[in-house]
Write a protein that binds this ligand. Sequence first.
Ligand SMILES: *Cc1c(COP(=O)(O)O)cnc(C)c1O
Length: 364
Amino acid sequence: MSLDHLRHNAAELQRLLPSGCRLMAVVKANAYGHGITEIAGHLNRSGMDSFAVAEIGEGILLREQGIQGEILILGYTDPERAADLAKYHMTQTMVSLEYGQALEALGIDLEVHVKIDTGMNRLGVPHQDTGSILRCYDFVNLRVTGMFSHLSMSDGLGPEETEFTRRQIAHFDGVVAQIKEAGIDPGLVHLQSSYGMLNYPELRYDRARPGIALYGLLSQEGDTVRCQAELRPVLALKATVTQVKEVQAGQPVGYGRRFVPESDIRIATVSIGYADGVPRMLSDGGGQVLIRGQRASIIGSICMDQLTVDVTGVDGVMLGDTVTLIGQDGDEQITAGEIAARCHTVTNEIVSRIGSRVQRIYVE
Ligand SMILES: *Cc1c(COP(=O)(O)O)cnc(C)c1O
């Protein structure tokens, strides 16, 4: 993990924002696989004082590591845990009016941000429901310190996608205006995540919530975005060659005899598997790794803890060689985006599923 790239990305994203708007670093899901305590700790020490997590356990981890500043829980927290919300000084998202009522009934002083649903139809009070939204500000035990919504199509630049996003933005701005007209201070107002920042830089709110871009990635490598931000991937994923052997033509490799070479080949076994987050979909030639600066194809089925690659074309491979699954080796590079494309998914899924036993190493 390159902390230098992390800081660079944070500065680059901050540069896109109007003055007065600050980043809220989204560090949910173990900081998208990068290691929540180290990433948040490093950002906090470099001046970041606003964080978002998905659930209370992640927030407690941050506080136990001494993270200062705001921590917003983006998702639902069981009201039974309200005492912990207060104890660890976390800001809870009010995901609906009914949820606010349940929290209020506990009689514990809490800080909340009201979530507005502007068309994604996930969490939030429907934007049309002005009565309910205003009632969210009437609670006695819940102090509303902010409000936010989430864009569901801000990655797309086609006419229909931008029209939908513009409508979400208009709904959101309408709600903010109504709250202000009612004489209420909405608190911290925020809407954009990574693509919202990169494609709608003209928006002016108090916070922006980048996740994937902070880690130097786009969700899909081919995406074009309106703002040219130079993002640098924070993460590389590496393993080790644990054995090299010759396999004769016709001899099966791995579970299910799934791979049988037609000619004699040399293979290397590698110390990483699907439990470490290497998608099993990359089995059988579906994916590649880098060894000694060259690409080698994954052969056979990826196992839980190991995989095998064909190194017939790579000279001098030996026990202990570094194997790069994501990252640069010599002139060759495999990006998280390449793997995501091969697996028909987003980089967010690839990196956030890197397993807990993969040792995270942080370098400046
Ligand atoms: C995950 C999440 C984000 C961050 O999204 P990215 O696309 O990774 O920037 C922001 N806001 C909410 C509500 C989220 O759930």
